[in-house]
Design a protein around this ligand. Structure first.
Ligand code: F6P
Length: 336
């Protein structure tokens, strides 16, 4: 078979391992091509035959060696036709799409229209892909966010200040929730849970009065500031940490600082968990292809590797809910 591999959307720690381990397995029996820059590379025919030896030196680094883009191949029908034409002319029997909800959603749409055989692997630091417990990159990003927060906490303790850490995550609060829990923040703000900023300031002041410092973790997605949207309709987020810190300082009269690590938590080397998750996903994707099982996304559910129909992922987003929301409430209660 002729197999193409692409990575799309925001980069994430563990992508290179996923690509490398898939190529290592697939090159035994198949021709493997990398498609550079995600779906854009399939529209522009940026495709090259690859061997695992080309990838081995980069396999354990963050980022994605085969590049990425946020190009939506179904932005209009002209693009969709070009995609179909290129897949045919390049003779690709299957495309392994490694991405978040947008990239996988496009793979699902391509499968639905019969344009290609898709096999999906979920990755994003946001951990918001429907149908899987964990995406590649999430664990590494949370570990990085925890490290940043612990460094920040050291200076909050020394200077007896309030600190606000803003983390990425888009409309899902997974990164903030896990960072807030792992550092036992005094308040954590996530898009899934409405809070009142006066209640947050009151809670933080009480915590400050007890221990002479206080910590708040906030997800970037609790507020949008407008601006341009990408081809999948997402607004650029970020900046609410500064606004919240100013608000808390005014409301409490206590010196407050904000830290926004932004992309720094995304660019780290993959954690051991993400490395093995990437390898497990790549192995399962290879096995699916060997068994002519197409139109599926690999998924991690209750510790087991499984797969779900990739069309199920289209247009869905996994938000903090159920057990995780109850855990949130156990520690931070109602801040409304
Ligand atoms: O989807 C991953 C993510 O890091 C989000 O958490 C964040 O909102 C967005 O990408 C940032 O995108 P960009 O790298 O285009 O600034």
């Amino acid at each position: 078979m002729r197999i193409g591999v692409l990575t799309g959307g925001g980069d994430a720690p563990g992508l290179n391992i996923a690509v490398y381990s898939f190529v290592r397995l697939a090159e035994r029996n198949h021709e493997v091509y990398v498609i550079y820059h995600g779906w854009k590379g399939l529209l522009e025919r940026e495709v090259r035959k690859i061997s695992s030896l080309d990838l081995v030196d980069f396999a354990f680094l963050g980022g994605t060696y085969i590049k990425t883009s946020r190009t939506n191949p179904f932005k209009d029908e002209e693009r969709a036709r070009l995609l179909e034409k290129n897949v045919k002319e390049l003779g690709l029997d299957v495309v392994v799409a490694i991405g978040g909800d947008d990239t996988l959603g496009a793979a699902g749409e391509a499968q639905r229209r019969g344009i290609l055989n898709a096999v999906g692997i979920p990755k994003t630091i946001d951990n918001d892909v429907f149908g899987t417990d964990f995406t590649i990159g999430f664990d590494s990003a949370v570990n990085a966010a925890v490290n940043v927060t612990e460094s920040f906490k050291t200076t909050l303790v020394s200077h007896e200040r309030i600190g606000v850490v803003e983390v990425m995550g888009r409309e899902a609060g997974w990164v903030a929730l896990h960072t807030g829990l792992a550092t036992m923040a005094d308040a954590t703000l996530i898009p899934e849970k409405q809070v009142n900023w006066d209640s947050v300031a009151r809670r933080v002041k009480e915590a400050y009065e007890r221990k002479h410092w206080a910590l708040v973790v906030v997800s970037e997605g609790i507020k949008e500031y407008g601006g341009p949207r990408d081809e999948f309709g997402h607004a650029r987020l970020g900046g609410v940490g500064n606004e919240l810190a100013d608000y808390i300082e005014k409301a409490t009269g206590i010196e407050t600082r904000a830290v926004i690590p932004g992309h720094i938590i995304r660019g780290v080397p993959p954690s051991a968990f993400d490395r093995t998750l990437a390898i497990r996903y790549a192995t399962a994707a290879y096995e699916a292809i060997e068994n002519d099982k197409f139109g599926v996304m690999m998924a991690y559910s209750n510790g087991e590797l499984t797969h779900i129909p990739i069309v199920e992922v289209v247009g869905k987003n996994k938000l903090v809910s159920g057990y995780w929301l109850r855990l949130y409430e156990t520690y931070w209660g109602d801040l409304n």
